[in-house]
Design a protein around this ligand. Sequence first.
Ligand SMILES: *[C@@H]1O[C@H](CO)[C@@H](O)[C@H](O)[C@H]1NC(C)=O
Ligand SMILES: *[C@@H]1O[C@H](CO)[C@@H](O)[C@H](O)[C@H]1NC(C)=O
Ligand SMILES: *[C@@H]1O[C@H](CO)[C@@H](O)[C@H](O)[C@H]1NC(C)=O
Length: 475
Amino acid sequence: MPTSNRILNLFVIVFVFIAKLHSISCSAIFSSDPYAQQQLDRISKLPGQNFNVSFAHYAGYVTVNNESGRALFYWFFEADEDPSSKPIVLWLNGGPGCSSIAYGLAEEIGPFHIEEDGKTLYLNPYSWTKAANILFLDSPVGVGFSYSNITNDQLNNGDKRTAADNLEFLLEWFKRFPQYKGRDFYITGESYAGHYVPQLSQAIVRHNHKNGEVIINLKGFMVGNALTDDFHDYLGLFQFMWSVGMISDETFKQLNVFCDSQSFIHTSGPCDKVLDIADEEIGDIDMYSIFTPPCTANFNRFSRLLKQKKKVGLIRRAYDPCTEQHSTVYFNLPEVQNVLHVHKKNSPSKWETCSEEVNENWKDTPMSVLDIYRELIPLGLRIWIFSGDTDAVIPVTSTRYSIDALNLPTTSPWRAWYDDGQVGGWTQEYNGLTFVTVRGAGHEVALHKPKQALTLIKSYLSGNSMPKLKQVSDL
Ligand SMILES: *[C@@H]1O[C@H](CO)[C@@H](O)[C@H](O)[C@H]1NC(C)=O
Ligand SMILES: *[C@@H]1O[C@H](CO)[C@@H](O)[C@H](O)[C@H]1NC(C)=O
Ligand SMILES: *[C@@H]1O[C@H](CO)[C@@H](O)[C@H](O)[C@H]1NC(C)=O
């Protein structure tokens, strides 16, 4: 670290220390100089981190609405190497109600993952910080450490407010990190973020157009196992469950009769009944990764606590409840929250991986976001959709039906892609959209296939097709 940098850090540490001595609460520390505020958000070392890292990282709040006092929590990691030349990738988890810190950061693409003890960190060798600067955002309010100062405001969330607040977040975030203004910017996410990601992209495009400015230099977006179009997603889900042999012929038929035109997150009574029958038939498996054992098989001491009712179409729980347990312990440690600059007085009293309250009170959810794809594809954004092919929540068949509904001409036909000589999955390129499957990955692709997921983000950011099998002559 250059000396000047170290002095600046020292200054910040002393400043924070003095502020604490004078018992000014953390939230009162605010500097109007963006670089000073940035340094206040900087994290030196986390509890349980027994190693040094080469990259800088920052966490804190950005106010997205002054009147209500809505503030979103972010954690930003500079790329391992050469951050000043790399793009920024924003990662969003879905739910609705799930934390991007809990899933994206701590068990998928982030540099820090948590050991079984819930106290110790280890470095993820396949972190996406090897390819880009990564910004994790907990949205909307009521999720993770994000909050609103209006009582029970976590009951007023929906797709519309989430997109508007996330746009506000980015505009304010770039004020705090002005050195990144205009940098190539990409949005990624999975599951219900299949709504958030295109909706935020649309909001940015419209904002840039209206204001004639490109502070947020959006170049494209990529979503995985993404809720896209309720009709086609359900069609594909029922077909997937039937074809892998999880449900009976009779239930398959009934699902297609009673559930085919339903909203994915708010189902009707008759459809619910058939979904319950399907649940019974499926038995106790992990819908997020159908060929791997559920957590209860390995961690009997937790089984009673965690045995939640599994439900077809439930998209908030993530693959491994055991992994979730580790982050629930870690992010509830007061010493961890201090280092992360959490506003303890205002943020939700207990940190949860997913908020049921947010999920159950969701206000607006369109049945389809395909219209946004139709609006954005002609603008030349780089749009990729990927799918872990052993997920039975939003399976590969759902995504294929949804893409098919866009009627895009094929530019490069279906083929296998390779990772170290093995088929990593399959890919097809359309005019304006690239589709990639990841073989053997569940709902959280980077959790199950971290190496292949890193290959995916590298190909995406470089603008190249997924790797082909290297011919002997190439070697
Ligand atoms: C981390 O860096 C500090 C300061 O340079 C050094 O004292 C310490 O030994 C390093 N720790 C590890 C685990 O390398
Ligand atoms: C909140 O107010 C501050 C100070 O006036 C301003 O800089 C900021 O842009 C406002 N935030 C939003 C989200 O409007
Ligand atoms: C929420 O209210 C507290 C005081 O109760 C204040 O310190 C904090 O800045 C407010 N948050 C926002 C985002 O306005």
